[in-house]
Design a protein around this ligand. Structure first.
Ligand code: FAD
Length: 487
């Protein structure tokens, strides 16, 4: 068996195989590989993904220190904590995104990475020829149309492809539920809610149909599901109630969760405060309820809930229950890498295991020594750090991105020192200008927590353009109400 050291030397001495790649890629391949770099030529860092991890990393790496190449099927970054606000028009979609090309990258390809040849430091890409939102049902699902394929090379590779939405194979979810991971998802939800009101208002619609059309179901009682329910409540009570007063009695917002408790990351006091407020706002929370299937019946979705005989009719179902591994990651974990064996899979999440320096770990056999793959790093939701299991959150992804970016800038990405996560706490918006915030044992709730929620996300938003746009849109919404046009 080859030693890890020898294998690393073998890998770093390997020439780039250009094979059948298009000529422009071939030119890049030969000039960009570390072996053919001229003295003083910058290292080519390829980042897969434009989420919190990938975008944050591309933003942190100084253009003078490395050549930044970003690959993502979408041409934007999404500020996910504000996504729920865009589903109802508290904010407009564009206030929650940043175009990646504004980073002034050396290269950007709107494409999926479909395979990685670690020995030859080459990545196979498949172009996303659809619109940014066309394939975004779970933010990154490919559509039926296959784009052209081509290869690119890297000196350093950072895998930051995030996760997909987990459906647990529940019948009908992939076809009929709405997910909330990208702006395309938010736009689809907004359209469905407003369309349901318009259809319910038709004289030809019966009261029974109104009750079903205006039943909005959410599966998943984590912060995303809870915040969407809260935003929907605000839309209905602050705007739609004035425009469709006769329909308000028909509206129901219901959150289903299989667990005995929602908002598990908050302590009992804050979670109880949230549930009391939801009760007062008329939002139902049904814990220990699991959805078994969904089917479509004209405009109505028929939900089968475990233990209930009759199906529940709903106009919309938003699915927000958890994460599953990105198919690229699943494929990489099955790959045999000469001299290294396989990438170590995290048994609980199916993610890529890294060490404390974000290096991807591989091993020849289960239980054997784990060694870092040379020049390959992974950050964000698609990873699990060995010995320090961290939550799959934007906080973790963005801190890892900043940490790794600074190390790449220093010219010693593999140097001593490990990443340490600083927990800024958890927040959730609950509707009616109320929120909760948990920081260690401390909790804040109500109106002050809502001010903190807004201030925190405003200061964290990426560009000055959005730092100005967001408060301006909050003000417009407060003065004139939400935009309820459907297009
Ligand atoms: P993502 O942000 O998912 O980005 C993955 C990127 O990889 C995307 O650009 C995707 O298009 C791209 N990609 C996928 N496949 C490929 C491929 N094959 N090749 C190349 N690129 C690929 N966290 C918090 O801390 N606080 C919050 O308030 C919060 N609110 C949230 C609200 C919502 C609605 C959602 C959905 C999530 C929220 N999160 C929050 C979680 C947070 O958004 C995630 O933890 C974070 O996005 C993870 O970042 P990431 O870069 O690892 O993955």
């Amino acid at each position: 068996r080859m030693s890890a050291k020898r294998a690393a030397a073998m890998l770093s001495g390997t020439r780039v195989a250009v094979g059948t790649v298009p000529s422009y890629t071939r030119a890049q391949s030969t000039t960009a590989s570390s072996q053919t770099r001229n003295p003083g030529e910058k290292e080519r860092v390829v980042i897969l993904g434009s989420g919190w991890a990938g975008y944050g990393l591309a933003q942190t790496i100084k253009p003078s220190k490395a050549s930044r190449v970003l690959i993502s099927p979408r041409s934007h970054f999404v500020f996910t904590p504000l996504l729920a606000s865009t589903t109802v028009g508290t904010l407009e979609f564009r206030a929650s995104i940043e175009p990646v090309r504004r980073l002034g990258l050396d290269e950007f390809h709107q494409a999926w990475a479909s395979d990685i040849d670690f020995a030859n430091k080459t990545i196979r890409l498949e172009a996303n020829t659809m619109s940014d939102t066309a394939g975004s049902k779970t933010s990154t699902l490919k559509g039926p149309e296959k784009g052209p394929e081509f290869d690119i090379t890297y000196d350093k590779l950072v895998i930051a492809v995030g996760c997909y939405s987990q459906t647990f194979g529940t019948e009908g979810v992939a076809q009929y539920a709405n997910f909330l991971r990208d702006v395309g998802d938010a736009r689809a939800i907004r359209l469905k809610v407003l369309t349901a009101f318009e259809k319910a208002d038709l004289p030809s619609t019966t009261d029974a149909q109104r009750g079903e059309l205006l039943n909005f179901a959410i599966v998943g009682g984590g912060p995303t599901g809870i915040e969407f329910a809260a935003e929907l409540h605000d839309l209905v009570h602050e705007d739609l109630a004035k425009l469709y007063p006769s329909l308000v009695p028909f509206v129901r917002v219901t959150v289903y969760d299989i667990a005995p408790k929602v908002l598990p990351m908050f302590d009992q006091t804050l979670a109880s405060y949230a549930m009391d407020l939801f009760k007062r706002q008329g939002i139902q929370v049904k814990t220990e309820h699991s959805l078994q299937s969904i089917r479509r019946d004209g405009d109505i979705l028929r939900l089968r809930i475990k233990g209930q005989d009759a199906e529940v009719g709903a106009g919309l179902l938003v699915w927000s229950t958890g994460l599953m591994q990105n198919p690229l990651v699943a494929g990489l974990l099955r790959q045999d890498i000469p001299g290294f064996g396989r990438i170590v899979e995290d048994a609980r999440t199916g993610g890529i295991t890294t060490d404390g320096r974000m290096r991807v770990l591989a091993q020849q056999a289960p239980g054997g020594p784990r060694v870092p793959l040379p020049d390959v790093y992974a950050i964000g939701d698609c990873t699990v750090q060995e010995e320090h299991r961290l939550p799959a959150t934007a906080q973790v992804a963005s801190q890892q991105a900043t940490w790794l970016g600074k190390r790449i800038n220093s010219g010693d990405a593999d140097g001593e020192g490990e990443f340490k996560f600083r927990n800024w706490g958890a927040m959730a918006y609950l509707g009616s200008k109320r929120a909760i915030h948990q920081h260690g044992a401390d909790g804040l709730k109500g109106w002050p927590a809502w001010i903190l929620w807004r201030t925190a996300y405003l200061t964290k938003s990426m560009s000055w353009r959005n730092k100005l746009k967001i408060p301006a849109q909050w003000l417009i919404t407060a003065l004139f109400g939400r935009d309820i046009s459907r297009f």
